[in-house]
Design a protein around this ligand. Sequence first.
Ligand code: ADP
Ligand code: MG
Length: 259
Amino acid sequence: MNQPLLELQKLSLSYHTMEGEVAALSDITFSVHEGEFVAVVGPSGCGKSTILNLICGLLPIEKGDIYFRGERLAKGSPLNIGYMLQKDHLFEWRTVYKNILLGLEIRHMKTAEHLARADALIEQYGLSAFRDSRPSQLSGGMRQRAALIRTLVLDPDLMLLDEPFSALDYQTRLSVADDIGTILRSSGKTAVLVTHDISEAVSMADRVIVLTPRPARVQSIIPISLSLGDAPRTPMASRNAPDFKTYFNLIWKELHTDA
Ligand code: ADP
Ligand code: MG
């Protein structure tokens, strides 16, 4: 297989607190290929966000290595990363359009080319009617969509999603995950989603990395290959696949294996 886009090799990390050391990660190794959608599943507090923070350089690497396109990431990683969190961080004092342009403004990238790209994404992903609205006038799902477009405008090398749907109620979560998953697939972006929700992982990912409780180790890596027939690979279609439950049960068992 060709070189992975992202490789994590034997990453370990402890937090140093007043009370002592908290081991968060132990020997985390996995890779992500270009265009792939990888989900990382593990119980709350096991170290999922820590992994994303290491990838994006918010936390310094303590032990182990991260490679991007074969190059070892040193301090101050030069990666262009799109981060999606539980909170959409849209600013109420700006219109949806101005929110979408925020990243371009901060990076002094408001060129004709980038503005055209923003317009194309707004059009393509159905936000044209909300361009001049305030975030509070949008549904939770539309807000997440606007937040996603704001990061896609910057054409990130990699998308990191940290439990982005967990603040939404169950019904909304299903449709927003479907929406965001479909947009990410059509954009061809490589994505790493962390979640404690097994269904979300199986419905969205090409591969699922299962973590143990803290300190997180890789329990297993499970490729997802659902029988979808002619249906496009959307999260909603995946949930209806006959073998969805089989994957769900397999991952549930892996999560509850006493190591
Ligand atoms: P998850 O995202 O899987 O819920 P985290 O990666 O946020 O887990 O945290 C893993 C563990 O490390 C948790 O037990 C958490 O309490 C601890 N932790 C996270 N951040 C810090 C920090 N800045 N200082 C000390 N402990 C932390
Ligand atoms: Mg977390």
